[in-house]
Design a protein around this ligand. Structure first.
Ligand code: XIL
Length: 392
């Protein structure tokens, strides 16, 4: 080969390698080929890997592994409880920002983005609010003003520090509710009617024009979850489409991803289809609260535990693969990472084993499956994420 030709070929080769290695800087860090953490592997795809954070565990000096793993494995964090209304305003008119601010500071120190959770939800409301409504001392008109004030105060307090806000959470009923036909359920819809949803997005946008605004719900991983006329994913899709048509500033759909190995669940292609249908509306997507629990009984042996661990890992794999395949899926957040600190045993009777590390912080099969997905995924089916711009 002539020298000039060789130089040209070498230049192209160098340029190609440079392109492959030039990954978008995310969370202030560059991809490091020697680092196998989830957050670093996510940089290959510009995908943020996240966890919900239990502030008591983060602050427990007797449990240093918890804090260390939150910082080293994840590039985004969500407050498991401390940004909920009952935590922020336990007494009417007096805010307690301490724990939430501490998480935001931790995130900044660890180059992490913050998902804000949650603005309008029917659970974990302060007692003064629900009691006031129940005894008639807070009218529906006053309640609407209180929600407006809450959203404005909270979003303003954290302005510029939140990447994605869960503006409205779990607004849609399930087929097992009464009446079984899907409808807007819960405290806010009952008192304010379904228009509180559009209001909440508008109020959040007014308080922080840069945060991405999400609708967040469970059991919306795939379409076709039974009766097509009563399909929750379709209901949420129609809702989002309707909000967009009215110019409501919604930027994304968060699919919580609370799964159980005792259920049928979905395969990757079904989940990809749902995410892509949402992103075809111009919305970002995210998995926001992933955990995959199993039924457990006292004294279960490895012959019973192993299939559960495998099924759990397989479901994590389906959700992460689907997220990787949708270029608008911005983040994949687990709802706690260790079985030591999990909401599952306290919420679902005789269920557990839901997280990616065991109670002793040993990585489980699910953790390694997620790493494998992040390592082995690439073009043409997996391409870096497309950043989302907040809708005006
Ligand atoms: C849960 C927390 O994990 C628990 O600690 C708390 O007692 C109840 O709430 N969907 C959501 C989350 O959006 O906020 C919930 O978090 C889990 C279900």
């Amino acid at each position: 080969m002539k020298l000039s030709r060789w130089v040209a070929t070498a230049a192209v080769a160098v340029a190609t390698v440079a392109t492959l290695n030039t990954l978008p800087a995310a969370a202030g860090r560059q991809y490091d080929p020697t680092d196998q953490s989830l957050r670093n592997l996510g940089l290959r795809h510009n995908l943020y890997l996240g966890t919900a954070v239990d502030m008591a565990a983060l602050d427990d000096p007797a449990d240093p592994r918890y804090r260390q793993i939150v910082g080293s494995e994840f590039s985004t964090v969500t407050a498991e409880n401390v940004m909920k209304w009952e935590s922020l305003e336990p007494t009417r008119g007096s805010y307690d920002w301490a724990a939430a601010d501490e998480l935001v500071t931790f995130a900044r120190q660890h180059d992490q983005r913050v998902r804000g959770h949650v603005l309008a939800w029917q659970n974990q409301l302060p007692k003064w609010l629900t009691d006031g409504v129940a005894d008639g001392s807070i009218s529906n008109a006053q309640l609407r003003d209180l929600l407006h004030k809450h959203i404005t105060d909270v979003v303003t307090h954290f302005r510029g520090k939140i990447w994605q806000w869960d503006v409205v959470n779990e607004a849609v009923s399930d087929p097992w509710d009464t009446p079984p036909t899907l409808h807007y359920k819960g405290f806010w819809a009952e008192h304010l009617g379904p228009d509180y949803i559009a209001d909440a997005f508008r109020w959040a946008r007014a308080a922080d024009p840069k945060a991405l605004l999400f609708y967040n719900d469970y059991n919306i991983e795939a379409f076709g979850s039974g009766d097509p006329a009563n399909d929750k994913t379709q209901f949420v899709y129609d809702m989002a489409k309707g909000l967009l048509a009215r110019g409501v500033p919604i930027d994304g759909i968060g699919s919580q991803g609370h799964l159980g190995t005792q259920y049928g669940n979905y395969d990757t292609l079904q989940v990809v289809a749902a995410l892509k249908k949402f992103s075809a509306l111009g919305l970002a997507t995210a998995f926001t609260e992933v955990d995959v629990r199993s039924e457990v009984t006292e004294g279960m042996g490895s012959n019973e535990i192993n299939p559960r661990l495998q099924a759990s890992a397989a479901n994590y794999h389906v959700l992460l693969q689907a997220c990787l395949a949708d270029r608008h899926c911005l983040s994949f957040t687990v709802w706690g990472f260790t079985d030591k600190h999990s909401w599952v045993p306290g919420t679902f009777t005789n269920e557990g084993l839901a997280n990616i590390y065991d109670e002793n912080y040993q990585p489980k099969r699910a953790y390694n499956v997620l790493r494998g997905d992040l390592i082995y995924a690439g073009p043409p089916y997996v391409l870096p994420r497309v950043p989302q711009k907040p809708r005006r």
